[in-house]
Design a binder for this molecule. Structure first.
Ligand code: UGA
Length: 442
C-alpha cells in the first residue's frame, strides 16, 4: 500500500516506520522541519527503544520517506492522521486544532477512493464531523477510524504486533467495504497471525480508545486508593495487589501502587472524556473519573509529604536526590510526569533538589529550567538528606542500599514506586517510606 502518515510525534513516527518495515511505501509528514530532518537521518526525535533501528532498516529499503510538505501525501491512497490532541489550557477538553488542520491541509491532495484513517485520540463524535468535512472537500474519499493502543517504551513492538485492531467504518456499505479492504491490506501481517479485528462504527471505535485508557487509569487509581486505606491501617498494598491479582478476573497488571499515572495520554484522556460526557448530558456516567484524577494527584503530594516528614518538617535547603523525571521508564516523555511534578513541588518548598534521569533531562529542562539537573547519578545522590525514587528505571530499581548508604548524608528513602524491598533497605540502615506500605525506621 502507498501510505501517508500525517504527524510524526510519538505515535506517527513509530507508525510510519512500522508500516514501511511491513512492506508498505510510506511517507511521514510533519510541519516541524527539525523533526523531519532528524527522521530523514534515521534519528528518532525522542527516546523510544528500537525506533532508531527500525528507522534505519526501513530507510535502507527506500520505502520510508519523510517530508514537511503535505503535497507528498498525494502519492498515497491511505492517509493516517496521527497528530496530537492535547488538553486545552484551562479546560478538560481535548484540543482538536491539529486534527482539523491536518484534514484541511490534506483535502486538496485526496483522490476519490482514498481512505483517510483517524488514529489520534478524539472525543466521540469527531469522526462523524470529519466525514462531513471530507464529503464536502474531497468527494469520493472515505473515512475510517483506527485507534492506536501502543505504549511508549514498547511502541515498536505494539505497532508491529498489536494485541487487537479496531476499525470504525462508515455507514455507507460501499464506502465501508473499500475502507475495510484497505485496512485488511495495511494490517495483513498482523491479521495473518490471528490478531483480533473488531470492525465497528465510528462512535464505538472512538470510544474504545478512551474507554481503554479510562479503565487503565481507574485500575491504577483503585490500587492507589487502597494504598491510602493501607496507610491508615498499617496494611501493605503491594501484598494486597498480589493477592487480588491472582484472581484472573482482576489480574496483577496495572495494580502498581505509587506516585500514580502521568504522560501524554491517561491524564488528558480521562479529562477529555469527562468534558465530552458533560457535553452529551451524561456527566454522571463518568463522574467517577474525577475521583480517579483526584486520587492520582493526591499521590504526588503524598510523596512530597513523606520527604518533608523525613526532613522533620523543614525541607528548606535540604539536599533531596530525585531519581527519575520521565513519566515512566523507557521513555523521555515528561508530559504530566508525576516524577517531574514531585521535583518541582519539593523545589517550591525550598529544598535543594538534584534531579536525574537517564534520558528525560533535556525535556524536563525545557519545561522547568529552574531545577538543578544532574547527568551523573553519583552527583545526584552525593550527600543527599533524602533519596526519592519516582521513575522506576532499572538503574534505580536495583540499587544496592549498602553502597548507596556510603555516599548519602542521611539514609532516608522515599520509594515512590514501591520498587524496593523495605526490609532489605531497613536492614542496611535506611529509614524507608513507601506508598501504602508499613513504614520502617524512625
Ligand atoms: C497508555 C496506554 O497504556 C496505551 O495503551 C495507549 O495507547 C496510550 O496510553 C495512548 O493513549 O497513546 P502510555 O501513556 O505509554 O500508554 O503509558 P502506560 O504504560 O499506560 O503508563 C501510564 C502511567 O501509568 C505511567 O505514568 C505509569 O508509571 C503509570 N502506572 C502504570 C502506574 O502508576 N501503575 C501501574 O501499575 C502501571
Amino acid at each position: 500500500m502507498r501510505i501517508s502518515v500525517i504527524g510524526c510525534g510519538y505515535l506517527g513516527a513509530v507508525h510510519a516506520a512500522a508500516m514501511a518495515s511491513l512492506g508498505h511505501e510510506v511517507v511521514g509528514i510533519d510541519v516541524d522541519e527539525a523533526k523531519i530532518e532528524a527522521l530523514r537521518a534515521g534519528i528518532a526525535p525522542f527516546h523510544e527503544p528500537g525506533l532508531p533501528e527500525l528507522l534505519t532498516e526501513a530507510g535502507a529499503t527506500g520505502r520510508l520517506r519523510f517530508s514537511s510538505d503535505i503535497a507528498a501525501a498525494a502519492e498515497a491512497t491511505v492517509h493516517f492522521i496521527a497528530v496530537g490532541t492535547p488538553q486545552v489550557r484551562g479546560s478538560n477538553a481535548a484540543d482538536l486544532t491539529y486534527v482539523d488542520a491536518a484534514l484541511a491541509d490534506l483535502l486538496p491532495h485526496l483522490a476519490p477512493g482514498d481512505v483517510v484513517v483517524g488514529k489520534s485520540t478524539v472525543p466521540v463524535g469527531t469522526a462523524a464531523r470529519m466525514q462531513d468535512v471530507l464529503a464536502e472537500g474531497a468527494p469520493g474519499a472515505i473515512l475510517a477510524w483506527n485507534p492506536e493502543f501502543l505504549r511508549e517504551g514498547f511502541a515498536v513492538k505494539d505497532s508491529l504486533t498489536p494485541d487487537r485492531i479496531v476499525v470504525g467504518l462508515p455507514r455507507d456499505a460501499d464506502a465501508a467495504a473499500t475502507a475495510e479492504a484497505a485496512m485488511r491490506e495495511v494490517y495483513a501481517d498482523a491479521l495473518a497471525t490471528d490478531t483480533p479485528l473488531v470492525l465497528t462504527d465510528f462512535a464505538t471505535a472512538e470510544l474504545v480508545k478512551v474507554a481503554a485508557n479510562a479503565f487503565l487509569a481507574t485500575k491504577i487509581s483503585f490500587i492507589n486508593a487502597m494504598a491510602e486505606i493501607a496507610e491508615a491501617t498499617d496494611a501493605d498494598v503491594t501484598q494486597l495487589a498480589d493477592a487480588i491479582g491472582f484472581d484472573a478476573r482482576i489480574g496483577r497488571r496495572f495494580l502498581g501502587a505509587g506516585v500514580g499515572f502521568g504522560g501524554g495520554c491517561l491524564p488528558k484522556d480521562i479529562r477529555g472524556f469527562i468534558a465530552r460526557a458533560e457535553e452529551l448530558g451524561r456527566a454522571e456516567s463518568v463522574a467517577f473519573l474525577k475521583e480517579v484524577d483526584a486520587i492520582n494527584l493526591r499521590r504526588r503530594q503524598k510523596v512530597v509529604d513523606h520527604v518533608v516528614d523525613l526532613l522533620d518538617g523543614e525541607p528548606f535547603g535540604k539536599k533531596v536526590a530525585v531519581l527519575g523525571l520521565a513519566f515512566k521508564p523507557h521513555s523521555d516523555d515528561v508530559r504530566d510526569s508525576p516524577a517531574l511534578d514531585v521535583a518541582v513541588r519539593l523545589k517550591g518548598l525550598g529544598a535543594d533538589v538534584r534531579a536525574t534521569d537517564p534520558y528525560a533531562i533535556p525535556n524536563a529542562r525545557r519545561l522547568h529550567p529552574q531545577l538543578d539537573f544532574r547527568e551523573s547519578f553519583d552527583d545526584t545522590v552525593a550527600d543527599a538528606d533524602v533519596v526519592v525514587l519516582v521513575t522506576e528505571w532499572d538503574e534505580y530499581r536495583y540499587l544496592d542500599p549498602g553502597a548507596l548508604g556510603e555516599v548519602v548524608a542521611q539514609r532516608r528513602v522515599v520509594d515512590g514506586r514501591n520498587s524496593y524491598d523495605p526490609a532489605a533497605w531497613h536492614a542496611a540502615g535506611w529509614t524507608y517510606r513507601g506508598l501504602g506500605r508499613p513504614q520502617l525506621g524512625e
